[in-house]
Write a protein that binds this ligand. Structure first.
Ligand code: ADP
Length: 232
């Protein structure tokens, strides 16, 4: 399980969003931390193979993330995930299963199991439009892992969650990190404190820290503030 980012650069017209970034990810929870505009989404979208790097390459166990086969091992929750408000939770997962090519029988079993995992069993037949932000995000995680992915990418998954929801969320992430690569982006330090096995901080498209929380040498929040000041 080696996800290798090798010299990845993304240039937009007059902006270098990701600047020659390299690292290797292995099993565990990795927190990608940075202020708004740091380049988190751009990097994650390249790792998902939906955005071509201007330079460099990204591979997973030897295959390029741009290859079709990679889709089978990838689970992605984008930042602006589009839910279908009039679908029930179970219908939504069944629909996503169909898109992912999972047969009907397996999809039903899997969807129920995942709803249980994310604590939504009692809400299975409820329409998504009645869900809280946290419930939607947990459903978003469920859809991302329908295909038992080895690489799970979650772009700002805790945005807008209340403290109770955050706790639930952290527990799910922790569990997923036991067997998979879970890369989670955020600009909120407390979201990844204690659950990330490794923290990668980016600023202006470059890595400014890559290591374990204790290697920061000080409280992570203080460390983050030293680097980003008051940036959100
Ligand atoms: P983050 O996810 O950390 O908030 P992004 O990856 O969204 O950061 O953005 C990184 C930088 O690249 C920002 O300065 C943003 O304005 C710029 N950017 C992102 N997408 C585009 C785009 N499609 N065209 C031009 N600039 C972009």
């Amino acid at each position: 399980m080696d996800l290798i980012v090798n010299g990845a650069t993304k240039r937009y017209k007059n902006k270098v969003a990701i600047d020659n970034v390299s690292f290797t990810l292995q099993k565990g929870v990795i927190g990608l931390l940075g202020a708004n505009g740091a380049g988190k989404s751009t990097l994650m979208r390249m790792i998902c193979g939906i955005l071509n790097p201007s330079e460099g390459e990204i591979t997973y166990d030897g295959i390029s993330v741009l290859e079709e086969d990679y889709r089978n091992v990838l689970g992605y929750l984008p930042q602006d995930f589009g839910y279908y408000p009039d679908f029930t939770a179970i219908d939504f997962l069944m629909y996503m299963s169909a898109l992912k090519g999972i047969n009907n029988k397996d999809a039903k079993i899997k969807s129920m199991k995942l709803l249980e995992m994310v604590g939504l069993t009692d809400n299975a037949k409820q329409k998504i439009k009645t869900f809280s932000g946290g419930m939607k995000q947990r459903l978003g995680i469920a859809q991302a892992i329908l295909n038992d992915p080895e690489v799970i990418i979650l772009d700002e998954p805790t945005a807008g969650l209340d403290p109770k929801e955050r706790v639930k969320f952290r527990n799910i992430i922790k569990e997923l990190g036991k067997d998979n690569i879970v890369l989670l982006s955020t600009h909120i330090v407390s979201d990844i404190e204690k659950i990330a096995d490794r923290i990668i901080m980016i600023k202006d498209g470059q890595i400014v820290f890559d290591g374990k929380e204790e290697e920061a040498g000080k409280d992570l929040e203080t460390f983050y503030l030293d680097i980003f000041g008051g940036e959100e």
